[in-house]
Design a binder for this molecule. Structure first.
Ligand code: ZN
Length: 215
């Protein structure tokens, strides 16, 4: 009996690539309009545009992760992993004085990440809300770090909470959100293929789908 439970747990945790691929196909067709949506509008400041999207993805991911918090606890997910191959350690880059990256539970990591981002959003010198106030020089680098870490929440949700998301009927929502995210990253060259880790095939599929349909 106990063994059976363990087996069931393992099955839930390991999601293979074929499942992920078929998952992606559920949003086929929405790619080219999303690809257009992420493009910098004429005359818009690029930092302004990046800032708007950071807030948008921060909210989307918060909302999506929020739907599965009862399934993602320090007991179910004692480490922030995506498949058994990838573990994401937490490091606060603002504390460079020898702080080592630490292993955290998945909910602990997501909480630390969201607080860390919120700190920037509340800081007028980093995310200025007044017109004409310039963004700091390091803003584009910060954007890459934020996006790289936000992606890990998608990776954890896909690899370990796939079934729960499905049962809640949120799979299309999650797919569309991720597709939007990767198209945005591609448009502004924010993440590299290795940052996609266990979802690299899924991401490739989403990017293929974003090409305008050939007549
Ligand atoms: Zn989890």
């Amino acid at each position: 009996m106990q063994q059976q439970q363990q087996q069931q747990q393992q099955q839930q945790q390991v999601t293979n690539h074929r499942e992920i691929r078929s998952y992606a196909e559920q949003t086929l067709g929405s790619g080219s309009s999303l690809a257009k949506a992420v493009k910098l509008p004429n005359g818009e400041d690029v930092n302004e545009w990046l800032a708007v999207y950071i807030v948008d993805f921060y909210n989307q991911i918060n909302m999506l992760y929020g739907t599965i918090t009862e399934f993602c606890s320090p007991t179910t997910c004692p480490r922030m992993i995506a498949t058994q191959e990838y573990e994401y350690l937490w490091q606060d880059p603002m504390h460079r004085n020898g702080k080592q990256p630490v292993s955290m539970s998945a909910p602990g990591y997501v909480e630390a990440l969201m607080e860390w981002i919120q700190g920037f959003l509340d800081d007028e010198t980093i995310f200025p809300t007044k017109m004409g106030v310039p963004f700091p020089k390091q803003f584009p680098v910060l954007v890459k770090t934020i996006m790289k870490r936000l992606f890990r929440v998608y990776a954890h949700m896909y690899c370990h909470h796939f079934d729960e998301i499905n049962e809640l009927g949120l799979q299309t929502h999650l797919n569309t959100s991720l597709k939007h995210f990767v198209l945005f990253c591609k448009e502004f060259d924010l993440l590299s293929r290795k940052d996609y880790g266990p979802l690299d095939e899924l991401v490739d599929r989403m990017l293929e789908d974003s090409h305008p349909a050939k007549a």
